[in-house]
Design a protein. Structure first.
Length: 572
């Protein structure tokens, strides 16, 4: 198996502070990354910084901006390789920018852009910055990295071997076990496929066995930790405990570079057990993880694969029924079932790009939903109920939805937002029986535009008091709600500075747990959200307004929460 020993990840940052960032990284360091990897990143980064300074390049910062926590950005660090990241200051695409010295910020993560320090020895204090400057800095950095890697070729190869040796001698835990007979076979298969894609060796039990004081049936999967890429499996399967990092006592929390949790069993709703001590089992190595589906006309609501099949049936012109007693789909009509109408769905697409809109579009495509990308003009035209049953607003700010780009920022046809006319069109759509779905921060727009009778639990609460910067939090579901079809009564949902409310009685679909809210990651101020509403289903005229105080489609990883969004689209 061959891997690049070094992946050089070339990024950009804002235009006003340092000219270039290079490792060493900020704390925290994800505990499953081998220390040899971190030390090598430190070495190569400092060598590059040295060569940039020697070449007369100012504004070079190390040990700033970026941590080395989430495996979403550090895949190679769990496979014996180094990730070297640089972030160059931006120009105006290819046009020069001029930074007024007064606009150089006073603080940035890990350093002060106006002051000399050990990790920022020669501040850059304003002036003209061009694409040519970026290229010049990068050429020095690239040559430095190539020269140092070539001169240390032998140690890179030797350390790759040593890292694999250390992983193969891991003692705790001994293994993770994925029991057979999962609630959601589709999500279980996806989780195992993800690990297999990451070169993790997975075995399946040919007969029943006992491990860690529990009995497991044949067909259960075992991931033993004494293998070269066990760190990748371990970091994705265990719960994270992100440290409470601050500059000093009483100071606000330090913002993570990305997020603080990545526990796939919680995101996907898959039962995975940690077994600390060795056990005996009759195991075989496997690379295929799907379980044969019984030939039946029933598609379980709990299985995410059912949604792909339902959409495929609709695409082929077929008919689907649903059982209102639990949400299972049926392909044959029976008493007590309700015929399910395929929703005419629209996904709001602002002129201001939204990353979350892209994730939502990807998810709907992946599961075969039919939908239209719905822009400002489409909404402002009115008569929405004639064209749509449901409209989805991705995670986006009030200002971007209401106002969009200011005149002059973009060509005229790409400026502006929904304004009051758009809000009235949405109000009429709901009054006519349509369903409006708002995700995460777009719920603030819903509150402002629609007047929903919910109040934020964070009014007057500062970041020092409450902070959830990308964490998994425990909620309790109202399993009588159609939105909860196929889900257990308690799950973990994604929270990234997400809203929570006091909502009218009968409208909460999900409430945060009354205690032990944190499932994985980092949370400050549990008391502010304990028992608060995370998802609300509110009547509006003949229709509904559904507020998700979360991103149910988070980076296409939160398989368990997908069902909440899909159910919201398929109300009947």
């Amino acid at each position: 198996v061959w891997h690049p020993h070094i992946v050089y990840d070339v990024h950009q940052q804002g235009p006003s502070a340092s000219r270039m960032f290079i490792p060493p990284w900020l704390d925290p360091i994800e505990p499953n990354i081998d220390p040899v990897i971190v030390q090598q990143c430190n070495f190569f980064g400092m060598a590059m910084a040295t060569d940039l300074t020697a070449a007369g390049k100012t504004g070079v910062v190390v040990n700033a901006l970026s941590d080395i926590w989430t495996p979403a950005r550090h895949y190679q660090a769990y496979h014996g390789g180094l990730r070297i990241l640089s972030e160059s200051a931006s120009a105006g695409l290819a046009s020069p920018v001029t930074i007024d010295p007064a606009n150089v910020p006073r603080s940035a993560p890990g350093y002060s852009p106006r002051e000399s320090s050990w990790n920022y020895l020669e501040p850059w204090l304003g002036g003209k910055w061009r694409l040519r400057d970026i290229v010049d800095y990068q050429l020095v950095a690239w040559k430095s990295l190539l020269v140092e890697a070539a001169s240390r070729r032998e140690s890179l190869v030797r350390n790759f071997y040593r890292i694999g040796q250390r992983a193969c001698s891991r003692k705790s835990p001994y293994a993770f076990v994925v029991p057979a007979n999962q609630r959601d076979p589709g999500a279980t298969s996806k989780l195992l496929d993800t690990l297999h894609f990451g070169l993790v060796e997975i075995e399946r039990a040919k007969s029943a066995f006992r491990a860690g004081g529990a009995d497991y049936p044949a067909g259960s999967f075992v991931i033993r930790m004494r293998q070269p890429y066990s760190a990748f499996a371990k970091t994705l399967l265990e719960r994270q405990r992100y440290p409470d990092l601050r500059s000093g006592p009483g100071e606000p929390p330090k913002r993570p570079y990305d997020v603080t949790a990545h526990t796939l069993p919680l995101l996907m709703g898959v039962a995975v057990d940690t077994v600390e001590t060795p056990f005996e089992a009759h195991l075989e190595r496997v690379t295929q993880f799907g379980t044969p589906r019984e030939k039946t006309d029933v598609l379980p609501a709990a299985d995410t694969t059912s949604w792909r099949i339902v959409n495929r049936i609709w695409n082929e012109g077929g008919t689907v029924w649903r059982d209102p007693r639990g949400g299972d789909f049926h392909t044959v009509e029976r008493d007590g079932l309700k015929r399910l109408k395929r929703p005419r769905a629209g996904l709001y697409h602002s002129h201001v790009p939204s990353m979350d809109e892209g994730w939502t579009r990807w998810l709907l495509d992946e599961f075969g939903f039919a939908y239209k990308s719905t822009g400002n003009l489409d909404i402002l035209a009115g008569g929405l109920h004639k064209r749509y049953d449901v409209l989805i607003f991705p995670d986006q700010s009030i200002r971007e939805i209401v106002k969009g780009y200011n005149p002059g920022k973009m060509p005229e046809e790409f400026c502006g937002g929904l304004g009051e006319a758009g809000a009235e069109a949405l109000r009429q759509f709901a009054r006519d029986g349509g369903t409006l779905i708002f995700l995460n921060h777009s719920t603030a727009y819903a509150q402002q535009a629609l007047g929903l009778g919910v109040t934020s639990v964070f009014d007057g609460v500062s970041p020092e008091q409450f902070y959830s910067p990308g964490s998994l939090l425990n909620v309790e579901l109202d399993t009588n709600s159609p939105l909860a079809y196929g889900l257990p009564s308690r799950i973990a949902i994604w929270s990234e500075t997400s809203p929570a409310w006091k909502a009218p009685e009968g409208t909460p679909v999900a409430r945060y747990a009354s205690r032990d809210v944190l499932a994985s990651g980092w949370l400050l101020g549990e008391k502010y959200i304990a028992g608060a509403t995370a998802i609300a289903d509110l009547p509006y005229g003949a229709g509904r307004v559904i507020l998700f105080g979360m991103r149910p489609q988070y980076r296409a990883q939160s398989y368990q929460a997908f069902k909440l969004l899909f159910n919201a689209m398929l109300r009947f």
